[in-house]
Design a protein around this ligand. Sequence first.
Ligand code: ATP
Length: 292
Amino acid sequence: MLEVQDLRKRFGDKVALDGVGFAVQPGEMFGFVGANGAGKTTTMRIVMGVLQADSGEVRIEGRALTGEDRRRFGYMPEERGLYQKMNVADQIEYFSRLHGMSATAARAATAELIERLGLTERRASAVEALSLGNQQRVQLAVALVHSPSVLVLDEPFSGLDPLAVDALAEVLKDRSASGVPVIFSSHQLDLVERLCDSVGIISAGRMVASGPVDELRDSEGRSVLKVVVRGAAPGWADGLRGQVTTDGGRDVLTVEDGDDQEILRTAVRAGTVEQFGRQRPTLAEIFREAVA
Ligand SMILES: Nc1ncnc2c1ncn2[C@@H]1O[C@H](COP(=O)(O)OP(=O)(O)OP(=O)(O)O)[C@@H](O)[C@H]1O
């Protein structure tokens, strides 16, 4: 398990991190979300040892992280760094050799990632000749090629087209299923909701919510009742404490609390009920509430 404990960091007067903590289990995919400037990159840099925390600790398997541990991590930094003139295959292979892989293993791992990340046709191109999205794929291959023990990825999905997003999501799911803790930051909350087991929401350097995505979405008082009614007379829902909007000639009533069965009876009397059920909030809704 990778544990981030009570990290604090200032830059001059600016408090960037004010007690950030979370844990990522082996085999767990952890989505790190927060507004611009919230502290995600700073946290990940501290995890990777690129920055020193003022206080707090990063632990693995119950002990403080060492440089040796970090060398086995895979990291995609915010400031991307590739050799512009080197071709794609040579580049990925070069980084895998830096991580101590044999030439044969490096070649095999490079070939696999080139194929999985959709770079086959560009394998002989220099990085500088690639589109930004393809450069990003190479950067990801470099972070993944040495079969890291932990993955720390700063906005790995930004700038990727939907096919590349799917390809990367599959690779990350495979790595996580093989027992690797995966942390990635993203502003694409639908993607985080779909992919991650757990999330941490950071706001102004503090964790404002964290835990399994399902638990956050299921927690009490968070679901809303949604009723879609066709052909109801205006004002039919006036006695219910909810909001009515119209969508394609139907009334859509959302109610946060109330007697579900009573609401259903009222809706049935008013018109044709096309939909009735409780809806869990999306991660995007939880995020907005948490950082408000
Ligand atoms: N080297 C630095 N010197 C001064 N301030 C810094 C430095 N690095 C980060 N900060 C400040 O610390 C805060 C957290 O920044 P950080 O880059 O960690 O946010 P983030 O959540 O990654 O944002 P984004 O989503 O925009 O990438 C910001 O206010 C930022 O301006």
